[in-house]
Design a protein around this ligand. Structure first.
Ligand code: LRH
Ligand code: MN
Ligand code: MN
Length: 392
């Protein structure tokens, strides 16, 4: 099949509107429990993370927002961070709460049996809402490390009740136009049960809370073999898919570059998205990355990720949906599958290069960044970068 050299107008329009939010923590050093390898030039504070994220946007033109993790990205003056970001051409995005590092949360946070610990965790989220407003954002992401390691360790049922009550208190702090998004994960750091392990649990809590509560789907947070595109279709059908945390994985929550481990899975997910028009900004789905670059250059890793999502979205939009519907109606299983595969195998890179040039962007964002000298410059300027957000 010959490569696609020009995007059809409707696909070009969709791609111009489509944005990907990048995580501040992807620009910091990260690693495993075995070792965190440092990278020269790693940001030393949230301002430097924003500066690096702005590079990703300058090269791709598609990543104009940066998610912050609180308190990793705590600064004295969030308004100053916001205007710094805006001067560099990006905005502050989703605020991510963090109740997984303090000793008080050893046995849980919003689910803890001790009301004093729950109070502390709820107050942290209310503080996050205040930071969110200062940041000019309207979304708070909640992911909880809460769970147990051994059967019998605590009451699963009581913890659900505490969770529902705690979330209701946070939800009551929302103003019009704001929302919370609740991320699920089936294991880690808890290894017996997790309090928000799956999309069903997240959805149940969101439904109980109200329309300003939505589910976040992190692609690394499922058991191997899970059909993630089914979950996407179902949550969209319910109008409750709030955001993605895109990454890819071979084994567990590997946080690898999106599309690296299984590009076809990314395509299948994005095809469900485009079938419900959820890639258009009006859908309100926030397409975010949640990744860690343990070995590779962080900015380059982020650029690669943004390009992978963009290219795969273009492929999903290329599917001949009329022909597909026709094949499906005729129960022609193999033709229906072939129509999908044709789009997946199309090389859209030349068309995207032309699309970028038309917008005054580098045809090859990855190559342009490598040639820009930015990494060499910051490596000389910055000494002593931090691991992920820890201590930043
Ligand atoms: C949990 C998670 C969540 C956190 C991030 C650092 O595994 O995906 O989104 O905020 O990692
Ligand atoms: Mn995540
Ligand atoms: Mn994760």
């Amino acid at each position: 099949m010959s490569p696609l050299t020009e995007l059809p107008d409707d696909i070009a329009r969709d791609l111009r509107e489509f944005t990907i939010e990048v995580p501040s923590w992807a620009y910091g050093n990260s690693g495993t429990r075995f070792k965190v390898f440092g990278t020269p030039g790693t940001p030393r504070d949230p301002f430097e993370k924003i500066a690096d994220a702005a590079q990703t946007h300058a090269m791709t033109g598609s990543s104009p927002r940066v998610s912050l993790h609180h308190p990793w990205d705590r600064v004295e003056d969030t308004a100053a961070l916001r205007s710094y970001a805006e001067d560099l051409g990006v905005q502050l995005g989703m605020i991510n709460s963090n109740t997984f590092q303090d000793d008080e949360y050893k046995y849980g946070s919003l689910t803890h049996s001790d009301p004093a610990v729950r109070r502390r965790a709820i107050d942290h989220h209310l503080e996050c809402l205040a930071v969110m407003r200062e940041a000019g954002s309207h979304e708070l992401k909640i992911w909880l490390a809460d769970g147990t390691n051994y059967a019998g360790q605590d009451s699963i049922r009581a913890r659900q009740d505490h969770l529902a009550n705690s979330l209701a208190e946070i939800y009551a702090g929302l103003q019009e136009g704001e929302r919370i998004v609740l991320e699920y994960k089936f294991f880690e750091p808890a290894f017996y049960h997790t309090d928000v392990p799956d999309w069903g649990t997240s959805l149940l809590h969101c439904l109980a809370l109200g329309e300003q509560a939505m589910v976040v789907l992190d692609t690394g947070h499922h058991a191997p073999g899970t059909n993630i595109e089914f979950i996407v279709a179902q949550l969209l059908r319910q109008g409750r898919l709030g955001a993605f945390d895109f990454n890819s994985r071979n084994y567990a929550d590997d946080d690898l570059i999106v599309g690296a481990a299984d590009p076809f899975q990314l395509f299948r997910i994005l095809f469900e998205i485009v079938q419900q028009d959820a890639h258009r900004p009006a859908s309100g789905v926030n397409f975010m990355l949640d990744q860690c670059h343990n070995l590779e250059s962080k900015i380059q890793g982020q650029i690669r990720s943004v390009l992978n999502v963009q290219e795969t979205l273009a492929k999903a939009l290329l599917v001949d949906r009329e022909a597909l519907a026709d094949a499906q109606a005729r129960y022609d299983v193999l033709e229906a599958n072939a129509i999908l595969m044709d789009a997946f195998w199309t090389d859209v890179r030349p068309a995207l290069a032309a699309f970028r040039e038309e917008q005054g962007l580098p045809a090859d964002p990855f190559g342009a960044f490598r040639a820009s000298g930015y990494e060499e410059k910051v490596a000389a300027e910055r000494v002593g970068g931090n691991q992920m957000g820890w201590g930043a």
